[in-house]
Design a protein around this ligand. Sequence first.
Ligand code: FE
Length: 425
Amino acid sequence: MKVFKGNMIYTKEPKRFEILEQGYVTVDDAGRIVSVSKEAPEGIETAHVVDFENHMVIPGFTDLHLHPNQYPNDGLGYNYELMEWIENYATPVNGLYKNEQITRRIFSALIEDLWRYGILHSVQFGALDLRTNDILFEMMIDSGLYCYLGKNHTDYKKDRHEVETTQESMRCAQYLIDKWEGKSPRVHYIMTPSFAPGCTEEMMKWCGEMSRKYKLPLQSHLDENKKEVGMVLDRFTDCKNYAQVYQKYHMFGNDIKTVMAHCVYTTEDEIQALRYAGVYVAHCPHSNCNLGSGIMPLRRYLDMGIKVGLGSDISAGHTLNMMDNMRSAMEMSKVLYVEEGEMPLSTSEAFYLATKGGGSFFGEVGSFERGYLFNALVVEDDAVASIGGHTLEERIERFIYNGDDRQIKQRFVEGKELKKPVFEI
Ligand code: FE
């Protein structure tokens, strides 16, 4: 049993911060929270007490959507829109991964940055080829961070110039599932059809079947960009909308835990379908802005109780800094406020999306509530805030707006400090 003492800040619900000034979180040997209190818990005299003094203690972040193999493209090519960006940046970068040392160096940098930014949980859209994914599975398990990772399936191209064959693609996923699923309690496989325009029907059907057979979650993209939506409707003429394509192949929620990235151009029917099927939406505001895709109707989703988390969408998004991603979500919502009168996203709501909202995809993480894992970050104020006499709510707001990784002093996973991952390359 361990007792953590400090300024505990979290969001049980989006509308407001829970703030315990010099509060106590008691954690059992498995790293689960057994109590959260303002007063010292019983038995504190004999417990192992970790005192964070005046620092803020917050839940670890979740990045619900990123493409690890695209990390070298960070900040590049944003004069393009989505389909041109894929052609000119996302696809060519795969060539780098023919060299194993380069692969390991890129992933080492990525994993170190995930750790630095306090992204203790992430949902990762893997590469196409087997060896690259194999290496990333191995390195993610070694890192001690949580993730879902899956091999990207892209076996369809309109001009029939296949990126990979359907059979090869299936074989690769089967190999990775057999090798890695169940190997670690923190790293799991997720079925990963790239998006409807990139997959054959045979592949999508198979992905849905595999999810069910192995009880695996599934991730893909939905309604990101107008041209992409047009491509889907032109090809799948029997479907009324984009989401229906995924529904047709049983890849859309219900008994399969599903996350769809973007969801910018959802129709009324699709919004109802997202809610009904309990599909998670990964909101990727930086990406939607960088590629000029559009603004997701976030307020609508929140009002309807649709599950939403934040995604950096590395590297159509340019940073893993989750504070920056929260700011972007708030800024985009304010554009919609000006244009359409939608209530903008508040600071506590943005924080909720980056912690409990996305974290719930992993189970009981992202909050300090009884039964939750103590996956937490210890945050120091910037130099000015620490002398400014601010309240704790002001201090967390300031961190969200001005903060970066330098202020994250420690990371805890299951009640134990997680040190910086070091890879020998
Ligand atoms: Fe993406």
